[in-house]
Each structure stands twice: as C-alpha cells, then as structure tokens.
Design a protein around this ligand. Structure first.
Ligand code: 3HC
Ligand code: NAI
Length: 703
C-alpha cells in the first residue's frame, strides 16, 4: 500500500484508495473515464473492505467514485478473456456480508455492475441527476452480479422486470420512488459519502442487507412481460433470459445467484452478445479518424440551402441543438413549405417530450431566419446544401457560395451519390468543401456520413465530426465514390434482391425473409418508403455508363411509369390505404410480364436462400468499399449499416456478420452464385486473401 500523507489517503492499488475520517472510512475509486469495474477495481475494493472490516476503529465504510460517474458497469473489454478473481458477483456478496455497514454513493451514470455493487451495499445515496440502470440487455446479456435477484427485493418483480428487460436508465427520483435507492443528497460524492456515513453513525440513517428482504412472486407481471417480449423482441435472446432470472429471485441467495449465473453464461455464449458488444464499440470507434487531431472550426451560425425533405430536416436538427439557422430557397413558396415542415418537425419533438412549447416558439422566432438569396449566408460558419440531386444545380450553387461565403466557412453538400471533388472544383477553396450526408428524417436518424474529398482539409473534416457530435449523431468518415459507403453498398445488394424477384421470389417473400433476419424493413418496403422515383432517376443517370454485360431488372421503372412512386402516391410494390398495407396485385402483374418477356421460368426461393444472397451481396460490395479505401475500417461499414440502414444490431453489422459466416464460406457462396451470373458475382481480391490466409475483418479493425 502507498501512503499519501498530505491527504491521508492510502493507495490500495492504482485505482482504489482508502481514507480515514475517525470512525468513517472512505473507499475511493478512480478508474477514468467511467470507473468501469475492471479487475483492478474489483480487487482493490475487495482488499479495501477486507482491511477496513478487520479494523475495530472503523464503524462505517462509504464507497464513492471520483470523476464523472460512479461505476458505469463491468469492464466490457474484459468479456471473452479468462476471468480473474475476484468476480463481481463474489465481490457483491462480500460487500453484502460485511459486518461493518457500507454506504454507496451513486452519481453520473451508475449502471450495470456498478448498480449491482450499490444494490449489495447497506445504504444507497444518489446525487440529484444520477442515471441509474441495468443496461446489460442492450449488450446481449443480463445483470450477472446479483442485479436480477436483489432489485426485486427492493422494487418488486414488476418494476425490476421493466428496468432489466428495457435496459433503460431511470432518474434518481424514479429510483427512490420504486425503492431502489434510499435517499437523494446534493453535493460532491465525497461530501455525500461523509454525510451519509455520519448519519449511519448517529443512528439517523438505518442500514439493511438487501438479501434479508423477501420477494413476492408476481406471476401476472412475469406472464405480461413474457407476452410483451414474444411480440416485440421475438428475435432477441437475452431479454427472455432476464425474465427467467427475475423469476428465480424468490429463491435463497445461493440458489438464486446460481440460476442467474447459469442464464448469464448462456447469454455470454450467444452470438448476439458478440454482435451487440461490437455495435457498442462501433459507435465509439468511428470517431477515431486521421483528422481527429485537427482543431475543428467554431460553429455558431449554420446556413441550409433548400427547404425540401432534407433541408428542413437538417435545419430542424441544427435548431434542436441550439444553433442559429438561416435557410434559403428558390422562392417564398419554397420557404413557406420549408418553414411549415420545420414547424411540424418541432411539433413532433414537443409531442415526444423532447422540447417545451416555449422553447419551440423561441426557436422559430429567435433562431430561424430565411431568405431567397444566397447572400444571406455570408455570416454562416458552415453552409449545408440540400437542393435537387443534380450536378449542374449543385455546381451553380457552389460557384455562388464561393463568392458569398465568409473566408473559413465550411461548404458542405448533402448529396446522396454525387462526386464531391467535382462540386469542390468549381470553388477557389476546395479545402473547405466536404460532404455531410444526413439520412432521412434528418432530425431523427443518427447516422451522418462525412465525405472527404481529395482536397478537403483536416480541420474541415474535424468540423464535420464536431457538428455531428453537437447534433448527437454518429459520424462515419467516407471517401468519394458513387453513393459513398452506404448508398453504394445498398445499390449493389438491391440488385441481388431484384434478381431474386425476377427469378421467382415475390417482393413480399423477400421483405419477409429480410425482416426475419432482423432488418427493420425489407428492400421493397424501403424502396416504397424512400420513393421509387428516386432510384428511377438514379437508374436513368447511370444508364449511359451501365456495362452491357450487367443484368438489368426494369420492374421498378415500369411501376414508376404508371406514376406509382410508393407510399407517397398510395402504391408501389405495396398498396397503402385505409385498409392497411398489402402487396400490390398490379405490381405482381408487372413482375409476371417482365419475367415472361425475359423468358424466365420462376423458381422458389427459401427464406434462407434469400437472406444468404442478400447478405452475401452486401458483404461483397462492402469488401470492395474497404479495398478501395472508401471506408477506413470494417467497423465503419458496420456503423453505417447499424445506424443508417436498419441492420439488426444484434448481428453487429455486415462485416461482423461476415466473420461469423466465415470468409471461406462467403467465397464458396459467391463462386456458386457466379455460375448463374459471373458479371455480378465476383469474389473481391481482399475476401479471397482473407479466406486463404484465415484472416478476419475483425483483425483489420485493430491494425
Ligand atoms: N467497460 C469498458 N469501457 C467502457 C465502459 C464499460 N462498461 N463504458 C464505457 N466505456 C468506455 C467507452 O468505450 C469509451 O472509450 P473510448 O473513449 O476509448 O472510446 C469511454 O469509456 C467513454 O465512454 P463514452 O464515450 O460512451 O462516454 P459517455 O459519457 O458518452 O457515456 C456511459 C458514458 C453512459 C457510461 C456509456 O459509456 C455507457 O453506456 N457505457 C456502458 C454501460 C453499460 O452497459 N454497463 C453495463 C456493463 S455490463 C455489466 O455490468 C455486467 C454485469 O452485470 C456483470
Ligand atoms: P427535395 O426535392 O425534397 O428538396 C429540394 C429542395 O431544394 C426543393 O425544395 C427546391 O425548391 C430546393 N432548391 C432547388 N434549387 C435551389 C436553389 N438554387 N436554392 C435554394 N433551394 C433550391 O429533395 P430532398 O429529398 O430534400 O433532397 C435534397 C438533397 O439531399 C439531394 O441531393 C438528395 O440526394 C439528398 N438526400 C436525400 C435524402 C432523402 O431521403 N430524400 C437522403 C439523403 C440525402
């Protein structure tokens, strides 16, 4: 032990220390950034308590964390590695069994294993504003250090089931209401620790062991939760196991904890756990970019050009994050449409409880200004263009922006597919030009692709990432190509779906198979929602450069010829009316006619084959995107699909899925499919190399 004489603290190890204040002993955790319960934290707490409990002069022990939070959970990075004693469940029992009363101070985000430590303590005091929860289910596991057994003793089965199966944190006020914490105290964690410990000493604060309380079995709550999960989470593994674990909570401690451990281990072994934890780290990994060391430019005022679907969505997102926005349109009618869409978006935020009515009114009067002249953007720090997807129109706008924007302003385009280098080339400041590709609806979708062109400067890129952070979005760096990371890969795998449709599968069969895999929507549901006219325009644009050998399926174009663009026109692949949504018989007739015209005899596709072809196509093009350096790492592609394209989170994204399938198996599949169409199905060199060398995409994330 190292002694720190000035402060009176004694270091147990690098992350845990103790300090005596008369009969009160403080156990202080300091494991930045989130005090995760790593091996050092667990062994440090154990040793600290062991030492203090054997000291007759210590009457109360108080545990608190330095920094922004008490323990935010087990150290997720240790999962999958050989376990090291003491385990968290044993530590929790050790705390609970301690004869000296233990106070636990909760602050910041006291989550998972951190809250389980608190549940095992004898008094829980939370700072106002603390978020408390058991989010393990979001990582594909369940609370495995007694959370499923101790929470029901304090809050009952029903409230515990809600907390554990949703994984959503609750406020300190809610926690006190349901009995999970004993008191709320203002002040620094250290001061609260001393105060509550003193109250225990003075008899003003009672103490108890959570396991001394009984749990009443609540069959109605268990059945209601099982029914709900069967409907809402049929594909997920761990939520159902959470219910089983809570059901075991009336058992004696040894038996209940044994059952919790058995179920926890089942979850740990599930591939869903690996997928969900990959998704957790993917969200954070994408910020690690070569430009991360550049200083972002300051942003206070944002210009948005275009008040259509995207422009008004982008303006809404910026306004909701507190920026002043100037929106421009071609004419007053365009502005009126844009203002009305922003108003409706903000109204939605009010309805969802994200914004007060007063704040909404202030935003509209104080933060939003409009103009029909690009000159109004001369004081904007960043200008985001969201006009028609037409290179000529965009180049005209950037030529004007070059004249009117202030020096140092970042000039961004929200184009879905177009070449940012070509757009930048019309300006005398290509270093300021970047792609900021938002997804629709822009004030809701979390993904943003930051498209880095040949001459984009590092600080313009860093500014894009800083803006995304302010907008609470997940930004992924992409290079320039037709469609960037996401739309380029989607354009490719959509063809695999179209080939299956032409060869015998109905749009509904394809959508059902893909949603059965876990996607939020199938490709034809997506196409109808996005508007078939959008891909129709893109098909026309690409017609001149489409290789003669490429198999082209004109079914969607034929549907557009009828004026049916999907949801917005009431029909497309499906019909949308007062009777609900159903396959469009007229679209099926078009499909039949096209098959007949091409001399195709339709065959049956099983759901497994549909998924296999669809996912293999996605991985194929994703590998090319990686090979070409458009995406920095496989994890960037995973993040794009998880946060922008409804890829099932529990599968971790296409590249994580590729490793699960195995690169050799993927090569085998592509070679099999290529016997039908050797133009479309070609093995990318990188995939072959990984397959031959036994490599993985995961390993490429590390390098
Ligand atoms: N283990 C390891 N690292 C963690 C971690 C954890 N539990 N929680 C966060 N980190 C890391 C992040 O990866 C990130 O690392 P980086 O800077 O290298 O990218 C860093 O800590 C900071 O995290 P954030 O950027 O997410 O910081 P925020 O302030 O935005 O959010 C947070 C903080 C709310 C605590 C958020 O990180 C979070 O939700 N963490 C996970 C919480 C969780 O799921 N806990 C349960 C763990 S499982 C468990 O406890 C099992 C038990 O029952 C046995
Ligand atoms: P939209 O047609 O809804 O809106 C475009 C708006 O731009 C119209 O209101 C039009 O009046 C305005 N406009 C045209 N020329 C202008 C000019 N010179 N000055 C000011 N305003 C002008 O189109 P949408 O869907 O909003 O798309 C805009 C851009 O965003 C396109 O580049 C598109 O590819 C891209 N995008 C679209 C997505 C979508 O899902 N709709 C998703 C991501 C990007």
């Amino acid at each position: 032990m190292q002694s720190g004489s000035q402060t009176g603290t004694t270091g147990i190890n690098d992350v845990v220390s103790i300090e005596r204040q008369g009969p009160i002993a403080l156990v202080i955790l300091n494991n930045p950034p989130v005090n995760a319960a790593s091996h050092a934290v667990r062994s440090g707490i154990w040793k600290a308590i062991e030492t203090l409990a054997s000291d007759a002069d210590v009457w109360v022990i108080a545990l608190y964390g330095e920094g922004r939070t008490f323990i935010a959970g087990a150290d997720i990075r240790e999962f999958g590695k050989p376990p090291q004693n003491p385990w968290l469940p044993d530590l929790c029992n050790f705390i609970e069994d301690c004869k000296t009363p233990i106070v636990c101070v909760l602050h910041g985000t006291t989550l998972g294993g951190g809250f389980e430590v608190a549940l095992a303590s004898h008094v829980r005091a939370a700072l106002p504003g603390t978020r408390i929860g058991l989010p393990e289910v979001t990582l594909g596991i369940l609370p495995g250090a007694g959370g499923t057994q101790r929470a029901p003793r304090l809050a009952g089965m029903r409230a515990s089931l809600d907390l554990i199966t949703s994984g959503k944190p609750i406020s300190a006020d809610q926690a006190i209401e349901i009995g999970l914490v004993d008191r709320i105290e203002k002040g620094a964690p250290r001061d609260v620790a001393v105060k509550v410990a003193q109250d225990v000493l003075d008899g003003r604060q009672g103490t108890r062991r959570t396991y001394d309380l009984d749990v009443d079995t609540d069959p109605a709550a268990l059945t209601a939760m099982r029914d709900k999960l069967a409907k809402t989470q049929p594909l997920l593994f761990s939520p159902h196991k959470c219910v089983d674990a809570v059901e075991a909570s009336p058992l004696a401690r040894d038996e209940g904890l044994k059952e919790e451990r058995r179920l926890f281990n089942e979850c740990m072994e599930s591939p869903q756990r690996a997928g969900l934890i990959h998704a957790f780290f993917a969200e954070r990994a994408v910020a690690k970019i070569p430009e991360a060391t550049a200083t972002p430019r300051a942003i206070a005022k944002i210009g948005v050009i275009g008040g259509g679907t995207m422009g008004s969505g982008i303006a809404t997102a910026c306004l909701l994050s507190g920026f002043a926005v100037t929106m421009t349109e071609r004419d007053q009618a365009g502005l009126d449409r844009g203002i009305s869409t922003i108003g409706a978006n903000l109204e939605g935020a009010v309805k969802r409880g994200k914004l007060s009515e007063d704040a909404r009114d202030n935003i509209l009067t104080d933060k939003l200004s409009t103009a029909t002249d690009l000159g109004a953007l001369s004081d904007a720090d960043i200008i985001i263009e969201a006009v028609f997807e037409d290179m000529g129109v965009k180049r005209d706008i950037f030529e004007t922006l070059d004249k009117v924007a202030k020096p140092g302003a970042v000039l961004a385009s929200n184009t879905s597919y177009l070449d940012i280098d070509q757009i930048a080339a019309v300006t005398r400041r290509p270093e300021d030009v970047v792609g900021l590709h938002f997804f629709s609806p822009a004030h809701i979708m979390r993904l943003m692709e930051i498209v880095v062109a040949g001459k984009t400067s590092p600080d313009a890129v860093a500014t894009g990432f800083a803006l995304a952070k302010k907008l609470k979005k997940i930004a992924v760096r992409s290079g320039v190509c037709d469609g960037f990371i996401g739309n380029r890969i989607m354009t490719f795998y959509k063809k695999a779906a179209d080939y299956m449709m032409m060869d015998g599968a109905s749009p509904e069969e394809i959508d059902t198979a893909i949603t059965g895999f876990g996607f939020a929507m199938g490709p034809y549901q997506v196409a109808d929602l996005a508007g078939l006219d959008i891909s129709w325009a893109a098909n026309k644009r690409r017609a001149a450069t489409r290789p003669a050998a490429e198999r082209y399926i004109p079914i969607a174009d034929e549907i557009c010829e009828k004026g049916w663009f999907g949801r917005k026109t009431g029909q497309g692949f499906y019909i949308y009316d007062a009777d609900g949504t159903r396959p469009n018989p007229a679209a099926l007739e078009i499909i039949d006619a096209e098959r007949a015209k091409a001399g195709v005899s339709p065959r049956t596709f099983s759901p497994d084959e549909i998924v296999s072809r669809f996912v293999t196509a996605m991985i194929l093009e994703a590998t090319r995107v990686l090979e070409e350096g458009i995406a920095l790492r496989p994890v960037d592609i995973d993040a794009v699909f998880l946060f922008g394209y409804g890829f099932p989170r529990f599968r971790g994204g296409p590249m994580h899925t590729a490793d699960q399938i195995g690169t050799a198996e993927l090569v085998r599949r592509i070679e099999t499919y290529s016997q039908e169409d050797s133009t479309y199905w070609q093995v990318p060199a990188l995939l072959r190399k990984l397959a031959e060398g036994g490599g993985t995409f995961a390993a490429m994330n590390e390098s």
